[in-house]
Design a protein around this ligand. Structure first.
Ligand code: SF4
Length: 658
């Protein structure tokens, strides 16, 4: 038992029963920890048809095999559950400093079932765990509640706290779980599940160590990785204004080559993800005007206000998640923004800038900073909320919503005041905000009047801010068991990871076709499968997506896993674990009645109808064929996505899951 703790904490919130449960080595060897352990546990313990907001649903807070082991960029945790947003598998990844604290309390995961009669929080340290009254923090926003609980529970060191804001308490289906004053596991509606259980927070105060197989080897490898990343820096002249030109260059290339993933780390170190604010406008990556527009609707005069240099101008200090040497985060001063209600905020990610920028034609960067803090505190997913606001604006523009519906708010493209007023209603479930708080699918069904024509979602979840028409592999990943997810992969990431150097079946890349000439094939399908499997191994290890895309030359997950566990498995062996995790996520959806075909992206997202301007003008994806080939190569039924008996046997899942 090296690299993992070998047990989990099981908390029944209905009865108050708290107990440890041992997990066999075989489970870790088959699924790792993190999302893999979560998938194994939830598949076996959530009954078919369970209400996602009912007592039978289980919320897991899981850490990775590499977390707290001395490895680098492996300090992320995940929330897992049956998603109330999609009705299928739900997970959400988060950074900050919570992940090692889970293992320091002596467990790999905490699983909550049942519903508490009154608001509670879980306190846990190396000695044990107990449920405590949370009445005094219920109703507080996530930052306030975190501060209060930190103070209340502090000993000789500050505890780590994960908490829901008002959105989670109100069971908004687009709410998440927050730690470190604004890092959020945002997707799949995990905050609503926590709120439905009357669980306000988790407070962790452990100090335990994690034994690993080869401490010296890990130390040496971490030194090598850390030195490389530390020494990789962009030249000083490299400023934010360059990115639109880079985007234009990318859009003109007929083919995209394999690249060195270290470039992404260098960009992330200096700027963070906000570089895509402008780069994605010229290469087409940014969705515009509720996915129906292009750079023609949000011209340079507007998008240049979201230049990453302008974002960095507010950064007062850098921020890193635990064990991270990239440090893409930052803390920004916003004390002069909109009356100074908020003093600081985490640097807004690209996803937030785009969700509340080009998607609703808003060029007010200060308003985006404000929205970032407002939604982090409420614990609401900025991607889903941004898609929902853009949907509402388009409904208003087309007479489907009126001022009578919105409580007097005149919704208009680019009107930051109206957007903020609408978000306040969503956070508090006031008036129209009650519909919109559950995302575009639920809102369109409740509004009726053909509002569904403007509801952009994949299987009930609002898509991330990356257009698959620019990167077709992203479109395949949008059909994941957690649909619409942008953080699994795409061709640009595959090209950087160089998996073919380690994995026998991963196709090598010299040049990669762009979307206008993309031809679905078994080879392309294998690339998406390799990316998925490696991403799930990353999530089972506590690794960060931005380390993953450094590639195996610079951050080698297979090597680190062997150093931590002593298993000495090959890359192919590990990739089989990744495939197994993905197949269990898919089986989870089958068990809960999800039709996989409902998770295939449709409409504007895939170019139906095609855009009339910008870099992706006229492009449509043959998504049916792309997904069919991916399912086929996974060993799933080509038409239904149901995993076949042969692959279930090959992955030993007939023994491992019931
Ligand atoms: S790269 Fe950024 S998101 Fe990833 S672990 Fe580091 S600070 Fe966190």
């Amino acid at each position: 038992m090296k690299g993992y703790m070998g047990r989990v904490l099981r908390v029944d919130l209905t009865t108050g029963d708290i107990r440890h449960e041992d997990i066999s080595d075989e489970v870790y060897e088959s699924f790792l920890s993190g999302v893999g352990l979560g998938a194994y546990y939830l598949f076996n313990h959530i009954p078919a048809g369970a209400d996602p907001l009912g007592p039978e649903n289980i919320l897991g807070i899981v850490s990775g095999v590499l977390t707290n082991t001395g490895s680098l960029v492996t300090g992320r945790w995940m929330a897992v559950c049956k998603s109330p947003l999609t009705g299928g598998w739900g997970d959400a990844n988060c950074g900050g400093t919570l992940a090692p604290a889970i293992k320091q309390c002596g467990v790999d995961a905490i699983f909550f079932s049942g519903i508490s009669e009154k608001p509670v929080y879980l306190y846990m340290d190396s000695e044990g765990a107990e449920l405590r009254d949370a009445a005094h923090v219920w109703g507080k926003d996530a930052v306030e509640a975190e501060e209060l609980l930190e103070e209340e529970c502090k000993t000789n060191k500050k505890p780590k706290v994960a908490v829901i804001g008002q959105a989670g308490e109100n069971k908004s289906l687009i709410s998440g779980i927050v730690n470190d004053a604004g890092r959020i596991s945002a997707r799949s509606g995990v905050g609503a599940v926590m709120g439905s259980k009357n669980l306000k927070a988790i407070v962790l105060q452990g100090s335990g160590r994690t034994e690993i197989a080869d401490g010296e080897g890990m130390k040496a490898y971490s030194k090598e990785v850390g030195t490389k990343i530390k020494n990789a820096n962009l030249p000083k002249f490299f400023k934010g204004w360059l990115f639109p030109y880079m985007g234009t260059l990318m859009s003109k290339q007929k083919k995209v080559s394999a690249m060195d993933g270290m470039l992404a780390a260098m960009i992330n170190k200096k700027f963070g993800t906000c570089v895509v604010n402008t780069l994605g406008m010229t290469n087409g990556d940014c969705p515009v005007k509720n996915w129906g527009g292009s750079v023609v609707d949000f011209k340079k005069k507007k998008y240049k206000k979201l230049n990453p240099d302008n974002v960095l101008a507010r950064e007062t200090k850098k921020y890193s998640c635990s064990s991270c040497v990239i440090g893409c985060g930052g803390i920004c001063d916003i004390s002069d923004v909109r009356g100074g209600k908020y003093k600081h905020t985490h640097k807004p990610e690209y996803e937030t800038c785009s969700s509340f920028g080009c998607l609703s034609l808003n060029d007010d960067l200060d308003a985006i900073f404000y929205i970032n803090e407002m939604l982090n505190r409420a614990g609401m997913d900025t991607i889903s909320a941004g898609n929902t606001v853009a949907f509402a604006i388009e409904c208003f523009e087309n007479g489907i919503l009126t001022e009578a519906d919105t409580g007097g708010i005149r919704l208009k493209w680019g009107d930051a005041d109206a957007i903020i007023a609408l978000l306040e209603k969503m956070i508090n479930r006031e008036g129209i905000g009650d519909f919109l708080a559950d995302g575009v699918k639920v809102a369109s069904e409740r509004i009726g009047k053909n509002a569904g024509q403007f509801a952009v979602h994949v299987g009930g979840q609002e898509p991330g801010m990356h257009d698959p028409k620019m990167d077709p592999l992203l479109g395949i990943h949008f059909s994941d068991p957690t649909p619409g997810r942008h953080t699994i992969g795409g061709a640009v990431y595959y090209n950087a990871m160089h998996l073919w150097k380690e994995v026998s079946w991963a196709p090598a890349v010299t040049k990669y076709p762009k979307s206008e000439e993309y031809i679905p094939s078994d080879k392309e399908a294998l690339k998406s499968i390799a990316t998925t499997a490696y991403k799930l191994l990353t999530d089972g290890s506590g690794g960060c997506f931005f380390a993953m895309i450094l590639g195996v030359d610079h951050w080698n997950l297979f090597k680190m896993l062997n150093l931590a566990t002593g298993w000495n498995l090959s890359a192919d062996d590990y990739m089989k674990i990744g495939k197994r995790i993905q197949t269990v996520r898919q089986l989870f959806n089958m068990k809960h009645g999800v039709e996989s075909r409902d998770y295939i992206p449709r409409g504007r997202v895939i170019g139906d109808p095609p855009l009339s301007g910008g870099a992706l003008k006229g492009i449509s994806l043959d998504i049916e064929e792309m997904v069919r080939l991916t399912w086929k190569n996974f060993g799933w039924d080509e038409k239904t996505g149901v995993p076949k008996d042969e692959v279930i046997r090959e992955l030993n899942l007939n023994e491992l899951v019931k």
